[in-house]
Design a protein around this ligand. Structure first.
Ligand code: HEC
Length: 212
């Protein structure tokens, strides 16, 4: 990916350099050195209309001059050069956009990866806690009604899950067997609650994935 983008970058830059233009204009039998720069030239981009000065104004520079003396004065041949400014500025814009898009894309990917890593971390520590302390009453996937009274805890949303456990801690939630659950509720801080919740949800996601 990195290699590819640097290759793309170089090829755009070389393309820009390669678009430097040249054109050849001339004036036959011109008899004054002092007026040649303001005299319209023939051929190339000059088209009998543009003088050396006009060409310079348009961004051309003189790359070479050839002067041949004739009977009536001299034949002047000019080679003009111009970097293709228009093209290069478009490319720079496109390049900039490309780079910005790529940075944006990378940032999104990084955030997504971080989220995923955090999710896996939470799920892993939730799994540990769940398998050590909860599985015996709530079942492998949190699908059982513990002691016949709890709801299957894999069906609770995060809010209900959290409220129930806090309720056991405060003594204000009881479906009839709260005294069984309370010691386990007191084990859990907010992070543990979230982690177990994430773990149970990851199991659900796995089974829906497998059933697809
Ligand atoms: C010894 C059995 C047992 C263990 C171990 C146990 N629980 Fe429970 N759990 C229960 C019972 C019984 C209830 C229902 C209590 C009641 O009557 O309100 C319950 C209720 C819950 C509820 C609320 C369900 C609802 O319907 O609102 C949650 C959430 C919960 N347990 C999570 C856990 C977690 C997480 C662990 C592990 C840290 C755990 N339990 C360990 C027996 C257990």
């Amino acid at each position: 990916m990195k290699l590819l983008s640097s290759i793309a970058l170089t090829s755009i830059l070389t393309a820009t350099i390669a678009t430097a233009q040249t054109t050849m204009c001339f004036k036959e039998n011109h008899n004054s050195m002092t007026t040649i720069e303001t005299t319209a030239l023939s051929g190339g981009e000059c088209q009998n209309q543009k003088s050396v000065q006009d060409m310079k104004k348009e961004g051309w520079s003189v790359a070479d001059i050839n002067i041949d003396k004739t009977k009536n004065g001299a034949n002047y041949i000019y080679i003009f050069k111009k970097e293709e400014l228009k093209l290069s500025s478009i490319d720079e814009k496109a390049l900039e956009e490309k780079i910005l898009n790529r940075l944006e894309e990378r940032k999104k990917q990084e955030i997504a990866t971080k989220k995923k890593e955090a999710y896996i971390r939470k799920s892993k520590s939730g799994e540990k806690l769940y398998n050590n302390k909860c599985i015996s009453c709530h079942g492998k996937n949190g699908e059982l009604k513990a002691r016949g009274v709890s709801r299957p805890i894999n069906s609770l949303n995060l809010q209900d899950f959290t409220l129930s456990i806090r309720g056991y801690n405060n003594g204000d939630y009881d479906r009839g067997m709260a005294f069984v659950m309370k010691p386990y509720a007191t084990l859990m801080n907010d992070k543990d609650i979230k982690n177990v919740y994430v773990y149970l949800r990851s199991l659900k996601e796995k089974t829906t994935e497998e059933n697809k």
